[in-house]
Write a protein that binds this ligand. Structure first.
Ligand code: UT7
Length: 332
């Protein structure tokens, strides 16, 4: 019997309209376009201004875009996994709200939490379900309203993040395509360097947690930077080596977009031609679990059936990982 492979057979995305520029951020905190561009590489990020809309809305919009582009009937979707650190509510799951808003009547849904590596964890999970044979069509969504957990009085973190959602459709195929290998890792050494302390069972919301600004992203940038470069590069090189992939055989690196300097350092250690690296951080900033599918969506037309892609991410936890996949279709 042929092996069942899980292939990405469509992509969709949603970007809020509002563009928060470095000029505008420079009026909020003591920073400059020059500092942000040289240290991070972000020019602007999108912000969902609507107070009554959040991650589920953006996720549903990305799913609708995906279904429209692929022509797949929403009733055919068996399952949806939403990767997010900015769920609409603690419960129920944002994935369930996405199904409801996008009209997925037959899908069951849950959220998965692995911060900036969330999309890689969710894609790997969905792959296992497809390979097991029962679920035939699964949507993986990364949806983040990072602006609500960003402190716009803190110059160390406020230039970094943006809002967005993006989704991929995973289906079964007998062709030698799709997700070929993965490496996922986590290490609690990172808890203290990158977190949001407020609102969980340890520090439930109170006047004190609000006063202490515990409901915003807290990050010690330098240690996170160092771990990100070494861990992202290590797993990306490991996945290439154990699959005998030479740098020239890799069509694209699809890196998590947290810092242009991290992306460049990882690509250099992988000995990849910089022209093969997907980079859109300058336009969207760090959209956490949405960065990688957003890249796939924006580069979709350039991707060719059989292309080797290395997806690589690093995030809070720490979590990190890489996926090797063979792209499964050409866009007309
Ligand atoms: O996606 C999840 C994983 N997250 C990441 O991968 C992020 C990893 N970390 C980073 O990307 C970088 O560490 C940052 C972009 C967050 C910060 O860059 P950095 O080069 O590590 O700067 P730093 O925090 O060491 O700060 C250097 C200096 C400090 O001034 P002093 O103490 O040397 O006088 C900061 O106060 O730059 C100052 N600074 C700023 N100056 C102007 C920090 N933020 C700003 C700012 N504008 N926005």
């Amino acid at each position: 019997m042929d092996k069942t492979n899980a292939v990405i057979s469509g992509v969709g995305m949603f970007l809020p309209e509002y563009r928060l520029t470095n000029e505008e951020i420079s009026k909020m905190v003591d920073t400059s376009d020059e500092w942000i561009m040289t240290r991070i590489g972000i020019k602007e990020r999108r912000i969902l201004k609507d107070k009554d809309k959040a991650s589920a809305y953006m996720g549903a919009m990305a799913v609708k875009n995906l279904l429209e582009k692929t022509g797949v009937n929403p009733d055919e979707i068996d399952m949806l996994i939403c990767a997010t650190v900015t769920p609409d509510m603690h419960f129920p799951a944002t994935g369930i709200m996405i199904c409801d808003q996008a009209g997925l009547k037959n899908a069951y849904a849950f959220d998965l939490h692995a911060a900036c590596s969330g999309f890689l964890y969710a894609l790997t999970t969905a792959t296992k379900f497809i390979q097991a044979g029962r679920e035939k069509k699964i949507i993986v969504v990364g949806a983040e309203k990072m602006s609500v957990i960003t402190d716009y009085t803190d110059r160390k973190t406020c230039p970094l993040f943006g809002d967005a959602a993006s989704a991929v459709l995973l289906t079964a195929s007998n062709e030698d395509l799709g997700i070929k290998d993965y490496i996922l890792r986590s290490d609690g050494v990172g808890v203290k360097y990158l977190n949001m302390k407020g609102g969980g069972s340890l520090n439930p919301a109170s006047h004190e947690t609000i006063d202490q600004k515990l409901h915003y992203v807290y990050q010690e940038g330098q240690p996170v930077f160092k771990y990100a470069v070494s861990h992202m590069a290590d797993v990306s090189i490991e996945i290439m080596q154990r699959n005998n992939l030479q740098p020239e055989q890799v069509a694209w690196l699809v890196p998590h977009q947290a810092n242009l300097r991290i992306i460049n350092a990882v690509a250099e250690r992988m000995e990849l031609d910089p022209a093969k690296v997907m980079i859109n951080i300058q336009r969207y900033g760090n959209t956490t679990s949405a960065t990688i599918p957003l890249c796939l969506c924006e580069w979709e037309k350039q991707l060719k059936k059989g292309d080797n892609l290395i997806l690589s991410a690093f995030g809070a936890g720490f979590t990190w990982g890489s996926i090797w996949l063979k792209w499964a279709y050409n866009t007309k």
